[in-house]
Design a protein. Sequence first.
Length: 99
Amino acid sequence: MVVRLSGWGVPLRQQVRLAGRRVDIVIGSHLVVQIDGYAHHSSSAQRGSDVAHDAELRLRGYTVLRLSYAQTVHGWEDVERTLQAAIARGLHLPPPRRR
């Protein structure tokens, strides 16, 4: 996936530690992309952990997009459209300060 995104002109980082856990990809500074394979994301406990981590990231101003491995392999065109839309909306940039 990173190879496909590398030509977009947006900074990418892989395996970044945020809120105590690693995330798969950070696009720009605030768009987190998590790619869930069955082996590590199929149990109820792991799903609960993922949801809690996503909530913590959102509270810290990140946008989290959680995709399945199958989506990234077999449905790349849809994934690409989603990521392009997120970047076009500026979700990869730091959020404006709220009062």
